[in-house]
Design a protein around this ligand. Structure first.
Ligand code: KG4
Ligand code: ZN
Length: 340
């Protein structure tokens, strides 16, 4: 009988200190997340220095809890996987250093994982039948990537944002209408009370790639609208602004993704990243995919936002392909997908 592969995964690229134990790439034995959101909310966004310091406080406790919850000892672990980019350099360094120390002390293999590959791989946790090839849209606070997943660990980037990430746009617009950080979930909630057709915000087309995105013009348009109302002394209906802005983002994300599916002739589509937990976005994709006869996948919200289980899954597929990193593994804040 083949031995189980148990991956201990560590994630610290932004403001979540997370560790997880994943069995054979698809079974999550534990998924511990210490969210720092409360610490950063008062500043209206993630403060990198504070994030790094909090990761240092929490990392060992979170790793110990992940092992305890999984009822697995460090000796039983097969390999240690860690996010080494992209992300905030000081934050990444905490996870990378912890993983290197554990790998050195135990003699276990070390596998560096790309954060976006982690987000995409979150889809494998609850959809055991999902296998490449498929198209994936990764929408988070730092990234908006439309990706062709050709095989495990083999990607082609079809489109990306030219300026703000989708989540960043949610956060900035939320701040402008006084909702606070993080904006995504707050806009998601408030927009249920608003009319998505109340205000027409632009849907940007950029450059020569049909699959690239731009959200900074949309953000400016929302700010202009708010200023205009203020100057005219008109009352702002925040729920209408939230719903109309959200509709503009969703329309573009769905439109580009459906074009990509058509062009690449694939029949499976998966969303990933923090913004993928947006209820209007999920519903819009469900409908658009059903119309095209495309199978639609999305992770549960807990696997959309940053977590280490997704890093454990991606780490498993890298590990079985033979990817190993040395003790010189460093944080790479601008790491590109497909790079090692
Ligand atoms: O994937 P994630 O946890 O971190 C990054 O890798 O960036 O994504 C965080 C982002 C934030 O911008 C947050 O506002 C957004 O995801 N987000 C949402 C929702 N939940 C989180 N955006 C829209 N709707 C949501 N329900
Ligand atoms: Zn992320």
């Amino acid at each position: 009988m083949e031995q189980d592969v148990l991956i201990l995964a560590i994630e610290s690229s932004c403001d979540e200190t997370a560790a997880s134990v994943v069995k054979n790439g698809r079974e999550v034995l534990s998924n511990v997340i210490f969210s720092q959101i409360d610490l950063h909310t008062v500043y209206g966004g993630v403060v990198p220095e504070i994030a790094s310091r909090k990761h240092i406080d929490k990392i060992n406790q979170v790793i110990k809890e992940a092992l305890d919850k999984a009822d697995v000892t460090l000796e039983e672990i097969t390999a240690i996987a860690v996010t080494y980019g992209p992300g905030l350099v000081g934050a990444l360094l905490v996870g990378v250093s912890a993983a290197k120390a554990l790998a050195f002390a135990t003699g276990k293999p070390l596998v560096g994982v790309h954060h976006i590959e982690g987000h995409i791989s979150a889809n494998y946790i609850e959809h055991k039948e999902l296998k490449p090839p498929f198209v994936s849209l990764v929408v988070s606070g730092g990234h908006t990537h439309l990706v062709s997943v050709k095989d495990y660990g083999t990607y082609e980037i079809l489109g990306r944002t030219m300026d703000d990430a989708a989540g960043e746009a949610f956060d900035k617009v939320a701040r402008a209408i006084g909702l606070g950080y993080p904006g995504g979930p707050k806009i998601d909630k408030l927009s249920k009370e608003g009319n998505p057709e109340a205000i027409h915000f632009p849907r940007a087309k950029v450059g020569d790639s049909a699959f690239d995105f731009s959200f900074s013009g949309l953000k400016s348009s929302v700010l202009n609208y708010l200023n205009g109302c203020e100057m005219k002394g008109e009352e702002i209906c925040k729920a209408d602004v939230a719903a109309s802005f959200q509709k503009a983002v969703v329309d573009v994300l769905v439109g580009h993704s459906m074009e990509a599916i058509e062009q690449y002739g694939l029949d499976k589509f998966a969303i990933a990243g923090g913004v993928a937990s947006n209820q209007t976005l999920r519903r819009a994709f469900e409908e658009a995919c059903a119309e095209k006869g495309v199978k639609f996948y999305c992770p549960s919200p807990v696997y959309c936002t940053d977590n280490a289980a997704m890093i454990g899954v991606a780490g498993y597929y890298e590990y079985i392909k033979g990817v190993r990193h040395g003790y010189d593994l460093n944080a790479v804040p601008g790491l590109r997908l497909g790079e090692r």
